[in-house]
Design a protein around this ligand. Structure first.
Ligand code: NAD
Ligand code: MG
Length: 393
């Protein structure tokens, strides 16, 4: 029996994680679930999975949460705030932590799990993008097991040799990591009309059902850019080792190409329960509740090269990856602010890339290493991005 904390339980990944866990009551027990604002859903989840702790990240909602817990008959201890998130991520009883908070807010609790040597299932790509070497070094030092949940990285992980050593792509005979992406909802839309893209259009992904931030990131392909940076850190790869391949059907989740000409791909229906189940049970396999891929119904698999004029955010992120940690921390922060402003209808879809690029241009190059420096750069980039957004109106 493994004990699991689900950070960001009320989100799309969190709900899918609880779904997989519920299929294996003899193998997994939920220790804690956390959420930020959707209290009703959080209490319904608590009622269904009977955790020891329910954590509400937003301290202002503590009283409401306690009242609601009583109404629902939830017996778990209700905690709130940042420290509580860290505590349930690092508690001695916990074996597995699903890191599924969205954005930079997930960094500190995820790092707490890493430092406590947990088996960390990493969905929260922004945490790794913003902290890079610090995050990986913390995992190496503590001996934490880091398993990628992002479907592409989970696929790459599955396609690597079993004895793959971090960073040793060449000795493993790997010539390229092929990071696939669908191209989002605007892959074929006339670029001259991108200014008119509405929030509703950007929040509708053709293949995946996800949270709003990552759905917008998929439409701009910043998501693939963040994943490019994520892949470098997860596997110790360099930017030259990774090629982005468009694959609109989202059935191949990524591939690894070897020097002998072999390409190993991982396929499946686009359902996040596959990588989640793989992470939970690794190195074993368990039922995820996912429909099997029916090859008699697949019309075709197609591939393309992304056009950087269509996806300026992808280029910005790859350039930031080559530039170094300050740039990746900053672009992640700026993008979070810009996507928030787009979702609030303060800026246009095309302004997201403008905010990201201008934020990077306005900030001096520097070396960032410590957690404090990372948090300072995250904060500073948010301020610059907000200033740029104010300048639009
Ligand atoms: P979501 O918006 O559906 O859920 C986010 C979760 O984070 C919620 O539980 C929310 O309460 C919590 N949260 C939000 N702000 C918080 C804060 N300030 N403090 C504490 N908790 C907070 O997002 P999602 O789609 O589930 O994505 C979660 C993470 O997984 C993201 O980093 C995303 O990039 C990554 N991811 C998601 C998918 C997917 O299919 N949804 C796929 C790959 C990677
Ligand atoms: Mg992904």
């Amino acid at each position: 029996m493994q004990t699991v904390t689900v950070l960001g339980a009320t989100g799309s990944i969190g709900c899918n994680t609880l779904d997989v866990i519920s299929r294996h009551p003899d193998d997994y027990r939920v220790f804690a679930i956390t959420g930020n604002s959707q209290l009703d859903l959080l209490m319904q989840q608590a009622k269904a999975c009977s955790p020891r702790f329910v954590v509400v990240a937003d301290e202002a909602l503590f009283d409401d949460a306690r009242k609601l817990a009583a109404d629902y008959g939830v017996t778990a201890d209700i905690l709130c705030g940042q420290r509580a998130l860290e505590e349930v991520a690092s508690a001695g009883e916990v074996d597995i932590v699903m890191a599924a908070i969205v954005g930079a807010a997930g960094l500190i609790p995820t790092l707490a799990a890493v430092k406590a040597a947990k088996k960390v299932l990493l969905a929260n790509k922004e945490a790794l993008v913003m902290s890079g070497a610090l995050f990986i070094d913390a995992a190496k030092q503590s001996g934490a097991t880091l398993l990628p949940i992002d479907s592409e990285h989970n696929a790459i992980f599955q396609c690597l040799p079993q004895d793959f050593e971090y960073g040793n792509l060449q000795s493993a005979g790997i010539s390229s990591i092929l990071l696939t992406g669908s191209g989002g909802p605007f892959r074929e839309r006339e670029i001259s009309t991108f200014k008119e893209i509405t929030v509703e259009e950007a929040c509708h992904h053709p293949n995946w059902d996800m949270g709003r931030k990552i759905t917008v990131d998929s439409a701009t392909m910043m998501n693939k850019g963040l994943e490019f940076i994520e892949a470098c850190w997860l596997f110790g790869a360099s930017a030259d080792d990774i090629t982005v391949v468009l694959h609109p059907q989202s059935m191949i989740h990524s591939m690894v190409q070897y020097v002998d000409g072999s390409v190993i791909a991982q396929m499946g229906n686009p359902d996040m329960r596959t990588p989640i189940a793989y992470g939970l049970a690794w190195p074993q396999r368990i039922d995820a509740g996912v429909e099997t891929l029916d090859f008699s119904k697949i019309a075709s698999f197609t591939f393309d090269t992304p056009c950087m004029e269509r996806y300026p955010n992808l280029k910005l992120a790859i350039d930031a990856c080559r530039s170094g940690q300050a740039a990746t921390t900053r672009i992640n922060a700026a993008n979070e602010v810009a996507v928030g402003a787009f979702l609030n209808k303060q800026i246009r879809f095309t302004d997201i890339a403008v905010v990201n690029e201008e934020t990077l241009n306005k900030m001096e190059p520097m070396t960032v290493c410590s957690l404090q420096q990372i948090l300072e750069q995250d904060h500073a980039a948010r301020e610059v991005a907000q200033q740029i957004i104010r300048g639009f109106s």
